[in-house]
Design a protein around this ligand. Structure first.
Ligand SMILES: *[C@@H]1O[C@H](CO)[C@@H](O)[C@H](O)[C@H]1NC(C)=O
Ligand SMILES: *[C@@H]1O[C@H](CO)[C@@H](O)[C@H](O)[C@H]1NC(C)=O
Ligand SMILES: *[C@@H]1O[C@H](CO)[C@@H](O)[C@H](O)[C@H]1NC(C)=O
Ligand SMILES: *[C@@H]1O[C@H](CO)[C@@H](O)[C@H](O)[C@H]1NC(C)=O
Ligand SMILES: *[C@@H]1O[C@H](CO)[C@@H](O)[C@H](O)[C@H]1NC(C)=O
Ligand SMILES: *[C@@H]1O[C@H](CO)[C@@H](O)[C@H](O)[C@H]1NC(C)=O
Ligand SMILES: *[C@@H]1O[C@H](CO)[C@@H](O)[C@H](O)[C@H]1NC(C)=O
Ligand SMILES: *[C@@H]1O[C@H](CO)[C@@H](O)[C@H](O)[C@H]1NC(C)=O
Ligand SMILES: *[C@@H]1O[C@H](CO)[C@@H](O)[C@H](O)[C@H]1NC(C)=O
Ligand SMILES: *[C@@H]1O[C@H](CO)[C@@H](O)[C@H](O)[C@H]1NC(C)=O
Length: 496
């Protein structure tokens, strides 16, 4: 016969309560037989509203978990401002709960505690919970390796396996990301991290805790196991693993999912040493910097994929204060991106949608680059179409004109791959094509036009892509030429 105890203590108030308010029992024991039934707190189950707790009391429950079992815990809670609800796991990691609407929690180890302190306000705190003991699900494991030299591995779903064991060259570093549907982020509590090769290794914490600590979760040995109890919930477990060697110098590291239809401000402060932020763009791989504010000592480095110590081969851009003024907005193509700052501070405003940036608008003095989808990787998904232009004026006759300069520094034209650069006007356009058949003598192209269009088309054949830089200057209209030359003519005439 298995006996598990739920133990309650109360410090009874001096008032006599209305019987509709819950007062905690001084001591109560709840035991379970071989068929383990869920435990419900007083006067509550999933179909009932949470009962109100009597004012000025302290309730605490300690829930025991037998070996090879885990607890699925849910609560319905609305905690008054003068009250506190604190949930503590086996590692003494606590979570303060203000409200809960039956989002699931998972606990492993031998116990967890629930501490409720109700303040003097009457009728302010309602609370009900359920504890359900279940045997561990059967692991359906998958195994992966990371090394100092390898890129990070990302996991955005764990649908085919419920257990992932990572082996690193040094130690394993795990970074968690919020769900791209914010309401689902609490479900990261269903995915647990263990410090070794199986779920019997010691428990480090949940992905939800990993998300909140602004540091990666690190294994003490070279192995880590991530196990998800999400069976009944359809969510992604968003996380990334890499060798600890590549993050060990960071004082802070954070995973960000910029899901919104507007923009996502991200602050990096390297006051205590280098910091990094990583983003996942598993939907379309597009990410924009809409705005960048740097302190004068800051240099923001941006990598496609993860940053590896001593290897900058995937560094795509780097900005100092001056460049942050001319080279933003900028579009990036990368499923995973790393923003790395060694000194100073950076405020990076990210966006997922070009509508919230001015990426497609020409402006005098602006610089930037355009790349294929997966620059440097041999694959058949490199195609891009980009256009940057001035306003087309339908009211008056004259469109906004700029001097565009394009410098193609890398282009793969193997197979069917073809890069077409077009400078467009109302009436005429200039077009340059770089392909196997035709390569212009120079890789620098300049024209005065209303817009610039870049098309890289591979016809679904493999290529490693292209990289080009562009610069936009003001185009002097004939009228303004005249005015700038006028004083010169006057002087010339005077001299004659
Ligand atoms: C919840 O409790 C109410 C009142 O005790 C009861 O009528 C109802 O059947 C219970 N619901 C479930 C799902 O147990
Ligand atoms: C948790 O805290 C208790 C008392 O504060 C302490 O005795 C125990 O060692 C701590 N456990 C861990 C894992 O830190
Ligand atoms: C991981 O590395 C070990 C030892 O080098 C090797 O035996 C194993 O096959 C590798 N596993 C995977 C999934 O690459
Ligand atoms: C964990 O340990 C239990 C014994 O306590 C054993 O039955 C189980 O198979 C182990 N699980 C794994 C994944 O090693
Ligand atoms: C840097 O990484 C790239 C890509 O993984 C690799 O080809 C290159 O050899 C590495 N360079 C050094 C110096 O390790
Ligand atoms: C951006 O704006 C254009 C034009 O207003 C619209 O057609 C397009 O759907 C918008 N894109 C997104 C992702 O909202
Ligand atoms: C084009 O880019 C190459 C490589 O970065 C550079 O050496 C060259 O000066 C650039 N040309 C112009 C006109 O900007
Ligand atoms: C470029 O500008 C011309 C004239 O302003 C316009 O007709 C054309 O559609 C524009 N091209 C793109 C790709 O916007
Ligand atoms: C666009 O029009 C301007 C002014 O009419 C002209 O100088 C320029 O050469 C044209 N550019 C292209 C690409 O046709
Ligand atoms: C694309 O590939 C198909 C099939 O190989 C070929 O028939 C077609 O001509 C190609 N198109 C272009 C534009 O290269």
């Amino acid at each position: 016969m298995l006996i598990f105890l739920v133990f309650c203590i109360t410090i009874s108030g001096i008032y006599s309560y209305d019987s509709t308010f819950i007062t905690c029992d001084r001591e109560s024991y709840v035991s379970f037989g071989v068929e383990i039934e869920p435990f419900y707190s007083q006067k509550w189950n999933e179909t009932l509203p949470a009962p109100v707790y009597a004012q000025s009391q302290k309730c605490c429950w300690r829930v025991y978990i037998p070996i090879d079992f885990y607890v699925l815990f849910i609560m319905e809670a609305n905690i008054g401002v003068d009250s506190t609800l604190k949930i503590t796991d086996i590692n003494n990691k606590t979570e303060i709960v203000m409200t809960s609407d039956q989002q699931p929690y998972v606990f492993v180890g031998s116990w967890f505690t629930i501490d409720l302190t109700v303040g003097p306000t009457i009728d302010a705190t309602s609370f009900g919970f359920k504890v359900e003991w279940n045997p561990y699900p059967k692991p359906n494991p998958a195994y992966y390796n990371v090394t100092k030299a390898s890129d990070a591995l990302t996991f955005d779903e764990m649908l085919f396996e419920n257990s992932v064991t990572i082996t690193a060259e040094t130690q394993v570093s795990l970074l968690a990301f919020p769900s791209d549907i914010p309401d689902l982020t609490p479900l990261l509590r269903l995915t647990l991290v263990f410090d070794g090769p199986t779920i019997n290794s010691s428990y480090i914490g949940t992905l939800f805790q990993a998300l909140r600590c602004n540091k990666p979760m690190i294994s003490s040995s070279n192995q880590m196991t991530i196990f998800t109890f999400q069976e009944d919930y359809i969510i992604g477990s968003y996380f990334l693993v890499q060798d600890y060697y590549n993050v060990r110098k960071l004082s802070e590291m954070k995973g960000i999912t910029c899901w919104s239809q507007s923009s996502c401000p991200v602050t990096l402060t390297a006051a205590n040493g280098p910091v990094a932020v990583m983003t996942l763009n598993s939907d379309d791989g597009d990410e924009f910097i809409k705005r960048l504010d740097l302190s004068s000592d800051a240099v923001l480095k941006i990598y496609i994929g993860s940053r590896r110590e001593g290897n900058d081969s995937n560094l795509i851009a780097s900005y100092d204060l001056q460049q942050s003024k001319t080279n933003i907005p900028q579009k990036f193509n990368g499923d995973v991106m790393t923003y790395y700052l060694e000194k100073g501070t950076a405020l990076v405003e990210l966006a997922e949608d070009s509508n919230f940036t001015r990426w497609n608008d020409a402006a005098s003095g602006r610089e930037g680059f355009i790349t294929s989808r997966q620059l440097g990787t041999l694959c058949d998904t490199q195609d891009v179409y980009e256009t940057i232009g001035g306003l087309s004026n339908t009211v008056s006759e004259t469109d906004q004109m700029f001097e565009f300069t394009v410098n193609v520094t890398y282009v793969d034209v193997s197979n069917d791959a073809k890069l077409t650069i077009t400078f467009g006007n109302d009436t005429e356009h200039k077009q340059y094509t770089i392909s196997k058949e035709s390569s212009p003598s120079s890789s620098v192209f300049t024209a005065i036009s209303n817009n610039l269009t870049v098309l890289y088309f591979t016809n679904q054949t493999s290529s490693t892509g292209f990289y080009l830089e562009f610069k936009i200057d003001s185009a002097q209209s004939p009228g303004s030429y005249a005015s700038t030359f006028m004083p010169f003519f006057v002087i010339l005439l005077f001299l004659l």
